[in-house]
Design a protein around this ligand. Structure first.
Ligand SMILES: Cc1cc2nc3c(=O)[nH]c(=O)nc-3n(C[C@H](O)[C@H](O)[C@H](O)COP(=O)(O)O)c2cc1C
Ligand code: SF4
Length: 396
């Protein structure tokens, strides 16, 4: 394969992208009160100017109660003008825009929650809500499930209408739909729990509802966790069957991530352990105590290695016919080339675009390009900062 391949255009469903680089969804925390503005626009504008083919607005909650906290956007008419203007500006700067459709399920510290408690597949502890006295989550009833599917449908109609070019449904990282897929968090005895087919029922109903909302030619991606990294949770072997379900149901592209924000996040972004940073920035004394007591078992050490999901993502590549989007430790031209050779269609980049927002330009200009990101993971503790996420090592 020639050097230019990852710089060459390619399509996903009816959408043509100018190169193979897509910004991975990284919740920016640049939407105070849930409203997008200049800060978020500048962040994605820099990526657009750096020649990214498509950027992703991280964690767009499909309803108010799908937010992890009240500073996340949720998809509703109240933010139509701001969102439309932001996407139009990014289009003008030459990039396409994807929206990551998220729902927290039973894992929330949203002060503006409308329901009595956050809802997941099963009753349990709401780890994120402990600092705010939101100790538990409830099991969804069948009516709740129906209403959740409608929320995805309505959010998708809204997102298409404000100008998003693609939508990425979040099926991974321990959030709402992942809680249904995972045998660790889904203890239901009805048609939504038990074997994989049942645990995939809601995610597939959501996919069908979103497809119905946007039409056959609109690109729909899905981000999954191939493993949750905990005993009794999702594991790599089951991920292949999970992806076959999504492929058969008409998804256009699968993003093969891993880990669980609720149980084992470090698998997702391997490198420096984020526990010290969390202890430094956590404001709640109760959460700090819990982090001291339980942090080491939740934030395990996974040293960085280049292309750390490649071996398992390749097995999925071989099992499905939809487009494959690699994520996880791709940071040099050598790696981009490897991914093209291994049959991946696109490459999502998270941290390397925080350290090098003009990465695609640099990859084109220098044949031996290597990102300067050290994978120290200090940017992850900036998620709660008023400035929003940023690279602390190489401020841009
Ligand atoms: C600061 C930060 C925030 C993140 N937020 C999200 C998010 O909102 N949704 C998501 O799916 N993944 C999120 N991730 C994970 C990334 O999308 C990506 O899967 C991970 O960083 C691995 O890719 P990388 O090695 O290119 O950074 C986040 C990562 C970072 C560093
Ligand atoms: S803080 Fe900067 S160098 Fe460290 S992991 Fe994040 S982007 Fe990379």
């Amino acid at each position: 394969m020639s050097h230019a391949d990852y710089l060459s255009p390619a399509s996903i469903n009816s959408l043509q992208l100018k190169n193979r680089f897509i910004k991975a969804g990284t919740f920016e925390n640049m939407t105070p009160g849930g409203v997008p503005g200049a800060n978020l626009n500048n962040f994605h504008g820099k990526l657009a100017d750096g020649d990214i083919a498509m950027t992703t607005l991280g964690y767009c909650a499909v309803e108010n109660d799908g937010r992890l906290n009240e500073n996340m956007m949720y998809m509703h008419e109240g933010i139509r003008p701001e969102l439309t203007a932001l996407i139009a500006d990014l289009h003008q700067r030459g990039t396409k825009v994807s929206g990551q459709m998220g729902h927290c399920g039973g894992f929330s510290k949203n002060k503006e929650l409308q329901r009595r408690r956050p809802l997941g597949p099963s009753f349990g502890i709401n780890g994120l809500g402990l600092s705010r006295g939101m100790l538990f989550c409830d099991a969804m009833t069948l009516d709740d499930i129906e209403s959740l599917i409608k929320s995805y449908h309505q959010a998708a109609i809204f997102m298409k209408s404000v100008g998003f070019d693609a939508l990425e449904i979040h099926f991974g990282h321990g959030y709402g739909l992942c809680q249904f897929i995972s045998p660790k968090t889904n203890k239901r005895r009805d048609q939504y729990g038990g074997n994989l087919e049942n645990r995939m029922r809601l995610p597939l109903q959501v996919l069908a509802a979103v497809r119905d909302a946007v039409g056959d030619d609109f690109p729909l991606l899905g981000k999954i966790s191939m493993t949750e990294g905990v005993r009794g949770g999702l594991h790599y072997d089951e991920a292949i069957a999970m992806c076959k379900f999504l492929d058969k149901a008409g998804i256009d592209g699968i993003i093969t991530s891993g880990g669980s924000s609720t149980m084992n996040p470090m698998i997702m972004f391997r490198g420096g352990n984020i526990l010290p940073g969390m202890l430094r920035t956590e404001k709640s004394p109760l959460m700090r105590l819990l982090l001291r007591l339980m942090g080491k078992s939740m934030f395990k050490n996974y040293p960085y290695s280049e292309l750390y999901f490649l071996q398992h993502a390749k097995r999925i590549r071989e099992a499905v016919s939809c487009k494959m989007i690699y994520v996880g430790g791709a940071s040099s031209n050598t790696s981009f080339m490897t991914l093209m050779e291994q049959g991946f269609d696109f490459i999502q980049l998270g941290r390397t675009l925080l350290s090098d927002p003009d990465l695609p330009h640099q990859a084109r200009a220098k044949s031996d390009f290597v990102s300067r990101c050290t994978h120290c993971n200090d940017c992850i503790s900036t998620i709660e900062s008023t400035q929003g996420i940023h690279c602390t090592q190489f401020p841009s």
